[in-house]
Design a protein around this ligand. Structure first.
Ligand SMILES: [Zn+2]
Length: 271
């Protein structure tokens, strides 16, 4: 008789303990999964293009930066506590409230120049940082005598960078056409073909699209969504990061190659 009463008491105690353990788990899960970053709109996205040892007077500083200054920018970001994330991480944060590190920032490159492979990739690797490169799929491996201004990296190099986990390769159209004055069928072609080629050649999903020349229209926005993109990237330094109708549009800060660390931080702060 004594035994039966004791067992009941033990069972009650156990149930109580289980209840407290479960409650504690709920609290811990809440703390772990609650995003650190407070406002989605505040994640800065930097836009670089080519990296070059010597920039000539007639070369555009909005398209070129020296390896030395790029390295200085990375150091500045690191010293100031910024943590680089991918667009997919940003999207998961928006869609599923997946947590992000403190002071998240995105580094992106447009066009797919081989200098990204030679300079940016190893520098990012050394700094423990990551970036996204938006490639023009018809120009993969293109040399200067193929009609491009600067040489582009190949699919082989793209795969090597992607596999490292440091670089994410996404789409910047197939032929670098300005979408703001293109026909619907041309826009569709650019968005669908580049996505198809990246997915086929790299055995990965391609969910992010960056408009060449930043040219974006409402039509292009809808076509992007229909082509299967989750995020569309624009140019411009405005704050606007827009999430509507199941697709995100993001503005990027175009970096000038001559910016000092202080100027970079100022542009990020104003964004
Ligand atoms: Zn471009």
């Amino acid at each position: 008789m004594i035994k039966a009463g004791k067992i009941k008491k033990e069972q009650k105690k156990m149930a109580k303990n289980i209840f407290f353990a479960a409650a504690l788990m709920v609290v811990i899960t809440y703390i772990i999964t609650t995003p650190v970053a407070s406002a989605v709109e505040k994640i800065p996205i930097l836009l670089y293009h080519n990296i070059k040892e010597v920039i000539q007077a007639d070369e555009d500083l909005l398209l070129n930066i020296t390896p030395r200054n790029f390295s200085l920018h990375l150091e500045t970001l690191k010293k100031n506590g910024y943590n680089t994330i991918s667009f997919n991480e940003y999207y998961e944060y928006i869609e599923k409230s997946k947590p992000l590190p403190s002071k998240p920032i995105i580094i992106s490159f447009d066009d797919g120049y081989i200098s990204n492979y030679f300079y940016a990739y190893p520098m990012l690797k050394r700094s423990g940082m990551k970036a996204t490169i938006f490639v023009v799929t018809s120009r993969m491996g293109a040399k200067v005598n193929d009609g491009v201004v600067y040489e582009h990296f190949s699919w082989k190099e793209a795969i090597e960078m992607q596999d490292s986990g440091i670089i994410d390769i996404e789409s910047h159209s197939d032929t670098h056409r300005d979408m703001s004055n293109s026909s619907i069928s041309d826009m569709q072609f650019e968005m669908r073909r580049s996505k198809y080629l990246i997915e086929k050649n790299m055995d990965k999903e391609c969910n992010i699209f960056a408009f060449p020349y930043g040219g974006n229209t409402l039509e292009a926005h809808n076509l992007g969504k229909n082509a299967g993109y989750k995020v569309l990237c624009l140019l411009g330094d405005a704050k606007a990061s827009n999430y509507k109708n199941g697709i995100v549009t993001l503005q990027r800060i175009t970096i000038s190659g001559d910016w000092t660390g202080a100027q970079l931080l100022k542009a990020i702060g104003e964004n």
